[in-house]
Write a protein that binds this ligand. Structure first.
Ligand SMILES: NC(=O)c1ccc[n+]([C@@H]2O[C@H](COP(=O)([O-])OP(=O)(O)OC[C@H]3O[C@@H](n4cnc5c(N)ncnc54)[C@H](O)[C@@H]3O)[C@@H](O)[C@H]2O)c1
Ligand SMILES: [Zn+2]
Ligand SMILES: [Zn+2]
Length: 346
């Protein structure tokens, strides 16, 4: 089968690999139907993720059909359509018992990291009973690919940890797929205002379509002044960081109002200066987190009911054979006006 593999910093290629086989009784083999590329795959390709070995098949998102099941798998049979979670969980350890699947002592972020991932014709999924979800009949499979990672990330780490409430003023810094997923799911709670901040006018236009009430292009470095002006000098109840650099974390520290929340979603590669001297006296709560995907069943129901339409995040479609081209587009997202790309395995 064909697979897209990491070959060291800056290098990726499509190679021929054997179809994976069952290694543990709790494994299944999934024939991929649709997959996508994540910003984290680009981080890996830069060489930022040392756990990824050369030759590793990338990808941690997608939907597929069960091809083979291990003897210890009880919830799935060959032919079942499944949604793959970016986080694999054993369901039994200390952290899984607390629904903190990303910290599973036996699994966690494995796919496209420490084991071969989903950017291939087939993938092996360990602990299948607790790491896959049945796809209900009639649900658009493309839309569900957004549930493998970005929707639960925006919802769990942005909206839930930020404690968005009805009537709140929310600011989301960063309108990439994760920021936009945060924007879509924040609206479950009816905030009165959602201000979205980015450097890219195309993404701000998309944010407006997705329900942002105010958009700020912060290229001029004046995001803080503009947010304060829009909020009568008070700032926002919830500031959500969805970029992962000190400058955008700083914006959040500056614009959060007394009693408010800063929810950091972005993956930071370096430290930031924490203005604790200002935050404590304003009763600010700061949260961080790695997505657990424990809200996936809930999000699946909302997508099924069409109250959430994550398909809007898809801008480009390719066949799995065209994956190098898809990477080219996704790596030049701003120039290509790209958000999520879908790769279909014919
Ligand atoms: N916490 C988690 O579990 C988790 C999971 C998945 C992704 N992430 C992280 O979430 C972040 C966002 O992911 P994404 O896929 O949407 O990334 P992305 O790179 O597509 O989007 C980032 C957006 O931020 C904007 N931006 C960059 N610099 C800016 C600045 N100075 N001011 C304002 N906007 C700026 C960019 O124009 C872009 O639209 C990344 O750091 C990613 O690694 C976290
Ligand atoms: Zn991802
Ligand atoms: Zn576990």
């Amino acid at each position: 089968m064909k697979a897209l593999v990491y070959q060291g910093p800056g290098k990726k290629e499509v190679v021929e690999k054997p179809i994976p086989t069952i290694q543990e009784p709790t494994d299944v083999i999934v024939k991929m139907t649709k997959t996508t590329i994540c910003g984290s795959d680009l981080h890996i390709l830069k060489g930022d993720v040392p756990t990824v070995a050369n030759g590793r098949t990338l990808g941690h998102e997608g939907v597929g059909v069960i091809a083979e099941v291990g003897s210890g798998v009880h919830q799935f049979r060959p032919g079942d359509k499944v949604l793959i979670s970016c986080i694999t969980s054993c369901g039994k350890c200390h952290y899984c018992k607390k629904s903190m699947y990303s910290h599973c002592e036996n699994a966690g972020w494995l796919l496209g990291n420490t084991i071969d991932g989903t950017q291939a014709e087939y993938v092996r999924i360990p602990y299948a009973d607790t790491s896959l979800y049945h796809i209900p009949d009639g649900v658009d499979e493309e839309a569900l690919v957004m549930l493998s990672d970005i929707l639960p990330t925006g919802f769990e780490v942005g909206v839930l940890k930020g404690q968005v409430k009805p009537g709140d003023t929310v600011a989301i810094v960063g309108a990439g797929p994760v920021g936009l997923a945060t924007l879509l799911t924040a609206q479950f709670y009816s905030p009165s205002d959602i201000i979205v901040i980015d450097l890219d006018d195309y993404r701000l236009e998309v944010a407006k379509k997705f329900g942002a009430t105010k958009m700020i292009n912060s290229t001029d470095g004046k995001a803080v002044e503009k947010v304060m002006a829009l909020t009568n000098g008070k700032g926002v109840d919830v500031a959500i960081e969805a970029v992962g650099i000190p400058a955008t974390f700083n914006i959040c520290q500056e614009i959060v109002t007394a009693g408010g929340h800063i929810a950091n979603v972005g993956v930071h590669g370096q430290g930031v200066e924490l203005n604790l001297q200002k935050l404590w006296i304003h009763n600010i709560t700061l949260t961080t987190g790695l997505v657990d995907t424990n809200t996936t069943p809930m999000l699946l129901k909302i997508v099924e009911s069409k109250k959430l339409e994550p398909k809007q995040l898809i801008t480009h479609r390719f066949s799995l054979n065209e994956i190098m081209q898809a990477y080219e587009v996704f790596s030049n997202a701003s120039k290509e006006s790209a958000l999520k790309v879908i790769l279909t395995n014919p």
